[in-house]
Design a binder for this molecule. Structure first.
Ligand code: URA
Length: 219
């Protein structure tokens, strides 16, 4: 069994235990689609995620950063993973990149953070803010997918190449795919540059401005 297969099996066992199965029950009771094991409500999901120990990122975290915002939001942002500030307080996008995201939400969309929902592909901080590995993202992804199913946003903005790639399995570079409107399950998905990239490359802000105006048009 590969490490990824082991982790997937462990995740299924973990979810089963979280909703009341005992590990010693017969395996036939816990076969089926993994998503059917995940509780429906966002609070139940948050509880499961907050106790997750399925990958190595749990070892270094101070807090799980589940995501926050309006669970009836029409617009959802998906970033890569928490950084030091987010890990310290358990909330997504609160550092410098987060402040820029807040400005985008307020100044371009004329909304507040309370109107939208903000989440990440991985819910625990990767050490030294490195990019999450494929295994970490694959293990954490069902949580994000369930979040998306529960919130059911009309529009999802994938922030940065990592968010886009791990959400869609599409390897197209963000510089080529940004601004496109992609049908993603029940939602329209628009990838754009990550706010951290904008902090390093302010000249890309105009591209994001265009992309977010497209988002505004869809809402
Ligand atoms: N970068 C992200 O991708 N997510 C956060 O929550 C913060 C910074």
């Amino acid at each position: 069994m590969s490490t990824l297969e082991k982790l997937k099996t462990l995740r299924e066992l973990y979810i089963c235990r979280a909703i009341g199965f005992e590990y010693h029950k017969e395996l036939k009771e816990i076969r089926g689609e993994p998503n059917t094991y995940i509780p429906n409500g966002i609070d139940e999901l948050r509880q499961i995620v907050s106790k997750c120990h399925l990958c190595q990122l749990c070892k270094g975290r101070k807090n799980v950063v589940f995501g926050e915002g309006n669970i009836k939001a029409k617009l959802m942002f998906v970033g890569e993973g928490p950084g030091a500030n987010e890990d310290a307080c358990g909330k997504p996008f609160v550092g410098q990149a987060g402040q820029l995201l807040t400005k985008i939400i307020e100044n371009v969309l004329s909304l507040t953070r309370n109107d939208v929902y903000i989440a990440n592909v991985v819910k625990c901080r990767p050490p030294q803010n490195r990019t999450p590995t494929y295994e970490e993202a694959t293990i954490c992804r069902p949580y994000l997918l369930r979040q998306i199913e529960i919130i059911n946003p009309a529009v999802i903005v994938a922030l940065g190449g990592t968010g886009f790639r791990y959400l869609t399995d599409d390897e197209t570079p963000i510089s080529r795919v940004r601004g496109e409107i992609i049908q993603y399950k029940n939602s329209k998905l628009i990838p754009t540059f990550h706010p951290s990239f904008l902090l390093r490359t302010p000249s890309a802000k105009k591209d994001v401005w265009h992309d977010i105006l497209k988002v505004k048009g869809l809402l």
